[in-house]
Design a binder for this molecule. Structure first.
Ligand SMILES: *Cc1c(COP(=O)(O)O)cnc(C)c1O
Length: 495
């Protein structure tokens, strides 16, 4: 055959060699694809594939294509005449459509040792919340409908009484997250006025949430007082003036100030508030509803303690230590909550029905604090005994060692977990898990990076952490119920 002269000519030749879209779709081998993915999606994928092939044939690259599934394009797809056949095309399509159908949001195993890991979705919800969410997903609900009067209701009413009961506050409202709670509170209560904050508390939480920026966005003026390490009551007192709207305290969630330090307690600030008529508001971050020391965990100031100390408003997250869905809760004085609820931002920041459906049963669990370590998933993980994780480590170790062979030295070791999401940043929980070290045959960094990547590429990805020339797999968050699945997929690893 003589070489075609122009691009148009060549295109024409290859169009003849490639089967038409209609021929492929009407072939019996396409029927299962159309049945599963529909004609629209199958057609679109086929057009893309034929387009790529045409381009590769024109470039003379069909024999050695460089696309992701190039191997298939190069060989399997080619029929006896050395031309792309329908069965071959469909094999590629099947693979591509299946890949596209896999959800991007995947279940993973969190073996990082951080229980409330923001990047892995923070708190896991208990069964009662899951049931409530399923009901809300599949049935109409009285979200904003007062069943006693038949009139329009307020979605906050669904959880307000519970929140008041658990915190001792007069009133409560719920928004999308704690960042939204702080933004809304300041926007509603301090527009064009001053919010007095200690320099030791001008925090940046992960994800670009900085208190000075939030103030600016909320239209308030930040009035910094004291120094990074020491702030006295007199610093607040001297800053109070006619433009003062709020005294604000912010939980140092992800750091500690140590050494020659001084900060003002909430009860002292609250007294100043009463004298000057300027409310004290507290961003508590984690928002614990019970005394954690009863479960052998370190003490974290509870919302009730903060309200009892005299805070006029407290904001906190729903998905940190509280163990519920992502939400921002504001509790405190009824007149201030009323003002907040009337602000237009409240409508923009409100929560959806799924959040409220999940939040109510989680809050209700707190009525029986003695059952919490068993019923509230977050607390169950935080209070797991080191011995439980040690037994798990001993069960998993031989399986992993067998799959990975001698390239890695694996050991079962004690280690420390952390709560995460800004709760008690320096308190560590004794845990147990596995460490993987390269056995010296491969270079350190590369070998660890490789196994870390292989674990991330498992059907249910495993996320650990690399530190001190080892990959650490903390087993605190691998509950016994998930262990079989974890072990079963390990044979997909091969070093
Ligand atoms: C975590 C945290 C926030 C942000 O809460 P989100 O619920 O993640 O929006 C704000 N302030 C403090 C002190 C925090 O710890």
């Amino acid at each position: 055959m003589t070489e075609p002269q122009s691009a148009v000519e060549r295109d024409a030749v290859f169009s003849i060699r490639l089967p038409s879209v209609e021929r492929v779709l009407s072939d019996p081998s396409s029927a299962p694809l159309i049945a599963e993915y529909g004609r629209t999606q199958t057609l679109a994928a086929l057009r893309t594939l034929l387009g790529e092939l045409r381009a590769e044939m024109l470039a003379g690259k069909v024999e050695a294509p460089n696309s992701a599934d190039g191997a298939v394009i190069g060989s399997a797809m080619v029929n006896g005449d050395g031309l792309p056949g329908i069965a071959g095309l469909n094999a590629v399509l099947t693979q591509r459509l299946a890949t596209a159908a896999v959800s991007s949001l995947k279940q993973v195993f969190n073996l990082t040792g951080t229980v409330l890991h923001t990047n892995l979705g923070r708190a896991l919800l208990p069964d009662v919340a899951i049931k409530a969410v399923v009901a809300a997903l599949t049935s109409p609900m009285n979200l904003e409908f007062d069943l006693s009067t038949g009139k329009r209701g307020d979605r906050d009413d669904l959880v307000e009484d519970l929140l008041c009961e658990l915190t001792g506050a007069e009133a409560a409202t719920v928004v999308n997250n704690n960042a939204a709670a702080v933004l809304l509170m300041i926007s509603a209560l301090a527009p064009r006025r001053e919010v007095i904050v200690s320099r030791g508390e001008l925090v940046e939480i992960g994800g670009g949430f900085r208190i000075p920026d939030v103030m600016l966005r909320a239209g308030a003026k930040l009035r910094e007082v004291g120094t990074t390490n020491r702030t006295h009551l007199s610093d607040y007192a001297e800053a109070i003036g006619p433009r003062s709207a709020l005294l604000m305290k912010i939980h140092c969630s992800n750091y500690v100030v140590q050494g020659f330090t001084k900060s003002v307690e909430i009860d002292q600030l609250a007294q100043l508030s009463r004298t000057h008529g300027v409310p004290t508001v507290v961003d508590l971050g984690s928002g614990t509803l019970v005394d954690l020391t009863q479960y052998g965990l370190p003490h974290e100031t509870t919302v009730r303690e903060t309200i009892e100390a005299g805070a006029d408003l407290v904001t906190f997250s729903g998905d940190k230590l509280l163990g519920g869905p992502q939400a921002g809760l504001i509790v405190g004085r009824a007149d201030l909550i009323k003002k907040i609820k009337r602000h237009p931002l409240k409508r923009a920041l409100r929560v959806g029905k799924l959040t409220l459906a999940a939040l109510e049963p989680v809050l209700a669990l707190y009525r029986s604090p003695e059952f919490l370590p068993e019923r509230l998933t977050t607390l169950r993980l935080l209070t797991r005994h080191q011995s439980a994780m040690r037994l798990q480590a001993e069960r998993i170790l031989p399986v992993l060692q067998q799959v990975l062979g001698s390239a890695y030295v694996i050991s079962a070791e004690p280690m420390f977990s952390q709560i995460g999401s800004g709760a008690l940043p320096v308190d560590l929980l004794p845990s147990y898990g596995l460490t993987l070290r390269t056995s010296g045959k491969s270079r350190h960094g590369r070998g660890l990076g490789r196994i870390e990547k292989m674990l991330r590429e498992l059907p249910r990805p495993v996320v650990g952490r690399i530190a001190n020339d080892a990959l650490w797999l903390d087993l605190r968050c691998l509950e016994n119920a998930d262990e079989a699945q974890f072990i079963a997929q390990l044979n997909k690893l091969s070093s």
